[in-house]
Design a protein around this ligand. Structure first.
Ligand code: 5GP
Ligand code: ZN
Length: 113
C-alpha cells in the first residue's frame, strides 16, 4: 500500500529501529514506547487489521506468533510480556496495517480501558 506508514517502514522509506526481519515479518521499536521494551511486529504483506485475517492469509499470523517468543527471548523478557493488537477505532488503532505490540520489561498494569 503506497500510503501506509508501516509499508513505508518495511520498505525502508521511513527509518526505523529494526529488531527482526524475515521473508514474511518485520519487527521494530515503537517510536513512543509504553513500556521499557515496546516492539511492533508486522506482516510484510499489507493487511488493514485483524479483521483482514482469513483462511488464505492466516499463516502469516501463525508465523508472527512463532517469531514473538524468539524476539521476547532476545530482548530478555524472561519475566513475561504482553501481546496486543488494536483493531479499529474503539480499540485505538491509529495505523491501519496489522501489527502486534510486544510490551514488557516491567510488571504491566492490568487495566484494559
Ligand atoms: P496502534 O495505536 O495503531 O495500535 O499502534 C500504532 C503504534 O505505532 C503506536 O504505538 C505508535 O507509537 C507507533 N508509531 C506511529 N508512528 C510510528 C513511526 O513512525 N515509527 C515507529 N517506530 N512507530 C510508530
Ligand atoms: Zn501497510
Amino acid at each position: 500500500m503506497s500510503d501506509c506508514l508501516f509499508c513505508k517502514i518495511i520498505a525502508g522509506e521511513i527509518p526505523s529501529n529494526r529488531v527482526y526481519e524475515d521473508d514474511l515479518v518485520f519487527a521494530f521499536r515503537d517510536i513512543a514506547p509504553q513500556a521499557p521494551t515496546h516492539i511492533l511486529v508486522v506482516p510484510k504483506a499489507h493487511l488493514d487489521s485483524c479483521n483482514a485475517v482469513t483462511a488464505d492469509n492466516s499463516q502469516v499470523v501463525a508465523h508472527i506468533f512463532e517469531v514473538i517468543p524468539a524476539i521476547a527471548k532476545a530482548e530478555g523478557l524472561e519475566g513475561g510480556y504482553r501481546v496486543v493488537s488494536n483493531c479499529g477505532a474503539d480499540a485505538g488503532q491509529t495505523v491501519q496495517h496489522l501489527h502486534f505490540h510486544i510490551l514488557g520489561g516491567k510488571p504491566l498494569a492490568l487495566e484494559m480501558a
